[in-house]
Write a new protein. Structure first.
Length: 98
């Protein structure tokens, strides 16, 4: 089973809008990079690194963002799309929402 945190989509939309404001094609490229990361995670979630919070992440291609996710039992949970300059601690509360 696959689940997404309710704020996951807004993470993507906000970052894409920021990139789109800078260049008309960057927003779409960002969304594609996140989508590619999500598909890679779905294919083999166990191959990605684990943070000190115990969740996994994958770096997006060409953008300074990571996709945070967790695997609980048989459920793959996408938690956030996070700029690498931001603290992962900020997304700790999302774990409590699940």
């Amino acid at each position: 089973m696959i689940r997404y945190h309710p704020l996951f989509d807004s993470d993507v939309r906000e970052a894409a809008a920021w990139y789109e404001d800078r260049n008309s094609s960057l927003g779409d490229r960002f969304v594609s990079a996140v989508s590619e990361s999500v598909h890679n995670i779905i294919r083999d979630p166990e191959r990605f690194a684990v943070t000190r919070l115990g969740v996994r992440y994958v770096q997006t291609h060409r953008f300074p963002y990571v996709v945070l996710f967790d695997v609980v039992d048989e459920t793959l949970i996408f938690l956030a799309v996070l700029h690498t300059a931001r603290s992962i601690e900020k997304w700790r509360e999302r774990l409590a929402d699940l």
